[in-house]
Design a protein around this ligand. Structure first.
Ligand code: TRP
Ligand code: SF4
Length: 331
């Protein structure tokens, strides 16, 4: 299958990105034709007035991907804004997309609501932000992809892409574009350290680039079963919203059972428990962090990967755009 997916250039990635999306990509690249890109135009939909770190943010995302096991010999890695063909396809798609399709996109509604409640002076909803799902459709259709591995929060956008594909094929009496399907992974998601969704903007995340010390400190701050006050109080792992959930992701079954029964019998203090949990988390991130250091010290390698991936994608995109112009009947 031809697969396309992307992430906005938000800088260093966290465990939510890794477990929720990247791990899935790493598996998919073994038996599919994969294209992964940094969506720097999508970053501009909300951060158009704050671009001083944009370049570094793009690099940080790619470094985290490479460190996590995205292999440039198997997958094509590129940057959205280096493929101007996407912008042209976006124009064609925006002509055929009814305004109310974008207005009812629930993910976009959420983004708009968050922006409106922000005290920032850029709380404007721009024309570009309204076009978010159309631009995503252009990303996907630019490579005529069949499957899109994303987190659940992106499903609504991909539904719009499917609608746009059908509408395009209908209007121009063609079957050129494939209807892409979203691919979800089955890995349990970790929440943020406060029990909410893990997000950079909530300041509750563990970054892949965090040191072992910072990670341990963050985990020690996580809430546990609130009914426990003394070390020998009987615990309820199911009410331990963060730490026990992390145990379930990072440890094997026998270790999870051990934590559970010791907690329930009051034989395990929360501080000790979290200290040990931090070791498990740090151990499972060790290789990624080492690879990350390597790429940080070899930035030109990263830039070469981006350049050659973008060139390859651009060649592919040109072919598809040529077809699209013919299908529509452009001059
Ligand atoms: N909206 C996605 C995110 O916030 C990024 C993205 C942009 C994307 N274009 C895409 C994902 C196309 C999949 C396919 O992370
Ligand atoms: Fe959670 Fe561990 Fe404390 Fe039990 S002992 S409540 S699992 S942190």
């Amino acid at each position: 299958m031809r697969i396309v997916s992307g992430m906005r250039s938000t800088g260093r990635l966290h465990l939510g990105h890794y477990l929720g999306v990247i791990k899935n990509w790493v598996e998919l690249q073994n038996s599919n034709e994969c294209y992964f890109f940094v969506a720097d135009w999508h970053a501009l939909t909300t951060k158009y007035d704050d671009t001083k770190n944009l370049r570094q943010d793009v690099l940080d995302v790619v470094i985290d991907w490479l460190a996590s096991g995205i292999n440039p010999d198997k997958s094509t890695i590129y940057v959205q804004s280096l493929i101007p063909e996407i912008a042209e396809l976006n124009v064609y798609l925006s002509m055929i997309t009814p305004q109310n399709w974008v207005e009812r996109d629930p993910t976009l509604k959420d983004m708009a609501r968050i922006l409106r409640t922000k005290e920032a002076n850029n709380s404007q909803i721009s024309y570009g932000l309204m076009g978010y799902p159309v631009l995503m459709s252009a990303d996907i259709m630019m490579l005529n992809a069949e499957a899109i591995p994303v987190g659940v929060d992106q499903i609504a956008h991909i539904e719009i892409t499917r609608d746009i594909v059908r509408r395009f094929n209908n209007i121009y009496k063609t079957d050129f574009f494939k209807e892409p399907k979203p691919l979800l992974n089955n890995c349990p998601l970790v929440c943020g350290l406060d029990g909410n969704k893990m997000s950079k903007s909530y300041n509750n995340d563990i970054k892949l680039a965090d040191t072992a010390e910072i990670t341990a400190k963050k985990i020690m701050s996580a809430i546990t079963d609130r009914s426990r006050i003394r070390r020998d109080d009987l615990g309820h792992p199911d009410n331990c919203e963060v730490a026990f959930k992390y145990w379930q992701v990072f440890a094997d079954d026998s270790q999870i059972q051990k934590v559970k029964s010791e907690c329930e019998k009051g034989e395990r203090g929360c501080a000790d428990c979290k200290r040990q949990l931090a070791e498990f988390v740090n151990n499972s991130l060790k290789d990624i962090r080492e690879k990350r250091k390597y790429y940080e010290a070899h930035l030109s390698e990263v830039e070469d990967i981006i350049r050659s991936g973008s060139e390859k994608t651009s060649r592919e995109a040109k072919k598809i755009l040529h077809e699209v112009r013919n299908i529509i009947g452009m001059y």
